[in-house]
Design a protein around this ligand. Sequence first.
Ligand code: SF4
Length: 446
Amino acid sequence: MAISVFDLFSIGIGPSSSHTVGPMRAARLFVEALGDDLPRVRRVKAELFGSLGATGFGHGSDRAVLLGLSGETPEDVDTDAVPALVEAIRSSGRLCLGGRQEIRFGEDRDLVMHRRRSLPEHPNGMVFRAYGEDLLLERTYYSVGGGFVRGEQGVVEDSTPLPHPFTTGGELLALCREEGVPVSEIMLRNELAWRSREEIEAGLLRIWDVMRECVRNGLEHDGVLPGGLKVRRRAKSLHAKLLSEPEDSLSAMDWVGLYALAVNEENASGGRVVTAPTNGAAGIIPAVLHYYRRFVQGASDAGVVRFLLTAGAIGVILKTTGSISGAEVGCQGEVGSACAMAAAGLAEVLGGSPEQVENAAEIGVEHHLGLTCDPVGGLVQIPCIERNAIGASKAVQAARMALHGDGSHVVTLDKAIKTMRETGADMKVKYKETARGGLAVNVIEC
Ligand code: SF4
């Protein structure tokens, strides 16, 4: 399966790639699959299973399904208009399928969240049915992390032939050595199989623009995040504090944390974010990129492109041989993966060799091994927001530590990812995005 950097960095909405972006895409795919039968539809029923059913309300999966059935996409939906769109469906009891076929839709009857039932194939399963006089169409989808959606027949896998295919860190390093080029160049050559160099650079700079806009929005908004936990947004006041105080030797890390808080507070409020590679961990890569632009001399747009290509290469390996899904392997797959990608990107733009880049990514994975997913109230707020700030700091440290070495190290990236995968398989379900263990049960919701 060929994975592009634009699969790993996509523009979406908060708060969750697997629980918001994925269900929205699945619901829209279902409506598209109806094809010529759309005008015959009188009723649609959606059922969400496993982690989606358990934490879907906190993650906005219910709203996402309504929006996807209405034909909205995570990329283009007007995030400011979402509350009104959803409220209109709820108050009228009517939904316009694909924006074309109006049907009655009662959430208590037509959208079922199974809190304790799972589909056997994957923790994030969804079944959609459309009825006319009889059943017209039934489809099962799985939200497999990072906003990726798989149907019961599997994803229609992208089989674009790439000049330098790789799925492991070992293969990537071998390619870099053979070709005598950095990680970003291998990734760029592969990306050219889909689009021109100009399109790639413009697309990645557009991703960077959305990341910056997200940080700006996060620094402007204050108040309490939605969902009932009464979590106060901190980024705006911290920003004012940092601006008013003289910088000291650790100020850079304060700024890294600030940028991550800003993104994840936007994500938690359902704002526009870049899935990087998930929404829960969406703050880490933008925070480290902001660090690069603000604190690294000579930083440039070309460096941003190289950073994202390098991070994307590590994302390809993580997605192919590990996991980027909290429901599959816990938070090690989300924050751990984002940290590894950011560390690798930073290491490369700071002049690291491919070996040092691989080392930085490995440090990022290794020191998140075993990290569980236990969001309080099923909301992507505690521990997620602060965890991104800490993960971003770790990424900077991982890159610097790798650059202080010569690239040789005992634990390879591939071994760290294999350990992540196996640890995730051993992890109890209550620690995998079900909000039934860890902080989720020890912190009293009020
Ligand atoms: S704890 Fe980690 S994996 Fe779970 S929702 Fe939060 S960021 Fe995502």
